[in-house]
Design a protein around this ligand. Structure first.
Ligand code: C2E
Ligand code: CA
Ligand code: CA
Ligand code: CA
Length: 284
């Protein structure tokens, strides 16, 4: 960037420059972006490790910025959380994802209905309308609660008291699945798991990363094996994220993980592609 002080040939650090635009400009641009419909959702398949079938997808939001192109959620979700815009943005993501899951359901002829996983921010979790908004959206779109899974990070639930857990419990009682996202990164007390209304553990990518190379670190394998055993003893399903190689998939299957997600299967993509992948695997 050209500085105002006459230092016209100052060397720009393009990355620092981009970050400067983003932090300041992006934050103020968020509300208008939501109104103008600049956000869109990509869906990444969730694959059953046992038979390789596509069971659903995680909804991942992106921002198509008119000047900066596609911006990933790691860059704007924290800003939206900071300003509170995450509440209407998160509601939009939920509505859009539920509508999409309903479309898959109507067109899908494979095994079960395709399910959709939606990320919830801590601020959405404490919002008084979480349950009523979710119920409204499911009813309006006509999607069965069992086709929706809400992902909550482990760190958002650390030390959670009953007030925080009550809405999640209500949703779980209705049949909505709750997944504990990024599990293993939050130092939570494992015994605490019993208290939480969750039905799925999503093992953080850091665990799968340790299995990228052959031979995998035996301690990593033992840890995953232990987590899977504990999860299953509590009737929780285990999903692993960040699966990038067939070797990882094989090991995670052997360790008893139930569902996998990662570039090895598919990158996040448009909603129709998920439907095609699921159809392909149902017919061939
Ligand atoms: P997350 O919930 O842990 O989502 C998984 C992230 O891992 C996604 O990044 C996904 O694209 C990426 N990923 C999937 N497979 C692989 C793989 O094999 N290798 C590697 N290296 N990465 C993989 P993405 O889409 O950039 O999203 C980042 C984070 O942004 C998400 O992490 C989630 O915390 C947040 N996020 C995304 N969409 C939403 C949303 O609608 N609401 C909220 N509150 N947060 C969201
Ligand atoms: Ca997630
Ligand atoms: Ca995750
Ligand atoms: Ca993550």
């Amino acid at each position: 960037a050209k500085s105002a002080g006459g230092n016209r040939y100052e060397l720009a650090d393009p990355e620092a420059d981009a970050r400067a635009i983003t932090r300041h400009g992006l934050t103020t641009a968020l509300p208008a972006a939501l109104e103008r419909g600049e956000f869109f959702i990509e869906y990444q398949p969730l694959v059953h490790l046992g038979d390789g079938s596509v069971r659903g997808a995680e909804a991942l939001v992106r921002w198509l910025h008119p000047q900066h192109g596609i911006i990933g959620p790691d860059r704007f979700i924290p800003l939206a959380e900071h300003t509170g815009l995450i509440v209407p943005l998160g509601r939009w993501v939920l509505e859009e994802s539920v509508r999409q899951a309903r479309t898959w359901e109507a067109r899908h002829s494979g095994a079960g209905p395709l399910r959709v996983n939606v990320n919830l921010s801590p601020m959405q979790l404490t919002h008084p309308n979480l349950v009523s908004d979710t119920v409204d959206i499911l009813e309006r779109e006509g999607l069965a609660p069992g086709a929706l899974c809400l992902e909550v990070t482990e760190s958002a639930l650390i030390g959670a008291d009953d007030d925080l857990l009550k809405p999640l419990r209500r949703l779980a009682e209705m049949g909505v699945d709750i997944a504990l996202d990024d599990f293993g990164t939050g130092y939570s007390n494992l015994a605490n798991l019993r208290r939480l209304p969750v039905s799925v553990l999503k093992l953080d990518r850091s665990f799968t990363q340790g299995m990228q190379h052959f031979p995998a670190d035996p301690v990593d394998l033992k840890i995953v094996e232990g987590i899977v055993a504990l999860a299953h003893s509590l009737d929780l399903a285990v999903t692993v994220e960040g699966v990038e190689t067939g070797h990882q998939a094989d090991q995670l299957r052997e360790l008893g993980c139930d569902t996998a997600q990662g570039w090895y299967y598919a990158r996040p993509g448009p909603p129709d592609r998920l439907h095609q992948l699921a159809l392909l695997d149902a017919t061939g």
